[in-house]
Design a protein around this ligand. Structure first.
Ligand code: NAP
Length: 314
């Protein structure tokens, strides 16, 4: 049974990625009682990134280190932090109830910052060999592939950046992309092209991940132009074919688009007054740490103005 807690917060932030931590910083610094709910370690996708080179102020910083610094900032003005898995929000007008697996929390405003998760390919062998050679996180699992041969699927920033990261550990990295042009930023492409052990297979899609029931042994591929099929002997497959919003808990509020991204205005306000959304879970063009941080600052301030307009500031 879930506990219903009496305290009414000014702001509850759901998710402690860069957006959520910034929102908590802005809200608590504005003297709003702020609760940050997160089901795992604070940091979000930063924790799965080896080095970050496009966050202003740092030429290069390890993902976990930037996460630590942001968390320290978020907690420096008396915000509270609870480990909690949010299952939904009930919008009761002036009060929102945030349901978690263990307790229900009340708040005047809620800022959703649940981010996005990796999309699966949906091919044969993908589920079966997860943790046995199939991975969605090079930083977490790359070490298991020292001196081995791996494939990275995808042509975006993640595939090319993580492929380059893996080239320091693995003997060879083959980036398999379905078109003949990569989507990744030019700087990331150039860095990958410079690595002798990074190879590219264009116009190619994976059809099946092969294995001996204990671990991945290969990949069945198809050239999309010639329709020719081939097999590649490999030890691991890293899948980076895009992201999907983590918004399932909020679909009943009617604030998402057809793909599940949460729609907001320029103030990060959803169609539900007092409920805001920020960062990767929001329908937007550029998903970056810098844009998540910007969203978080706007939402923290917008929450303050919303409470002030309700005549509800303490
Ligand atoms: P993404 O930009 O959506 O790229 C996904 C890639 O996977 C695309 O190349 C796409 O091909 C390919 N793909 C999609 N579905 C596929 C399928 N079923 N089979 C084969 N290939 C498939 O996703 P992402 O690279 O994970 O990046 C997500 C967001 O995070 C982006 O906004 C990105 O800019 C950002 N990000 C930024 C950085 C950085 O700034 N350093 C690092 C990582 C991620 P097509 O190109 O043909 O569509």
């Amino acid at each position: 049974m879930t506990k219903e807690l009496d305290k009414v917060y000014d702001v509850i932030v759901i998710g402690a990625g860069p957006g959520g931590m910034t929102a908590a910083l802005y809200a608590s610094r504005a003297n709003l009682s702020t609760l940050l709910l997160e089901k795992g370690a604070p940091g979000g996708e930063m924790l799965n990134t080896a080095d970050i080179e496009n966050y202003p102020g740092f030429k290069s910083i390890a993902g976990y280190e930037l996460a630590d610094k942001m968390y320290e900032g978020a907690m420096s003005f008396d915000a509270e932090h609870q480990l909690a898995d949010v299952t939904g929000i009930s919008d009761e007008g002036d009060i929102k109830i945030v349901h978690t697996k263990k307790a229900d929390y009340k708040s005047k405003t809620v800022i959703i910052a649940t981010g996005a998760s990796h999309r699966q390919l949906g091919i044969k062998g993908e589920e079966e060999y997860q943790g046995k050679g199939v991975s969605y996180c090079a930083v977490c699992d790359g070490n298991f592939f020292r001196k081995k041969n791996v494939v990275v699927i995808g042509g975006g920033d993640s595939a090319v950046e993580e492929g380059t990261y893996l080239s320091q550990l693995a003997d060879s990295v083959t980036i398999v992309h379905r078109r003949d042009k990569l989507r990744a930023q030019a700087v990331l492409q150039e860095r990958a092209f410079e690595k002798e052990n990074v190879h590219f297979l264009y116009d190619t899609v994976p059809l099946e991940i092969l294995g001996d029931s204990h671990r991945v042994t290969g990949l069945r591929l198809q050239n999309v132009k010639t329709k020719e099929e081939s097999e590649l002997a490999i030890d691991g497959v890293f899948i980076y074919v895009g992201v999907i919003p983590v918004s399932e808990a909020f679909t009943s509020l009617g604030i998402t688009d057809e793909q599940g991204w949460i729609k907001t205005d320029d103030y990060m306000q959803t169609s539900r007054p007092g409920i805001f959304a920020i960062g990767d879970v929001r329908a937007k063009h550029l998903r970056q740490i810098a844009t998540a941080v910007g969203d978080g600052a706007i939402a923290g301030q917008a929450a303050y103005q919303y409470i002030e307009a309700q005549g509800d500031l303490k």
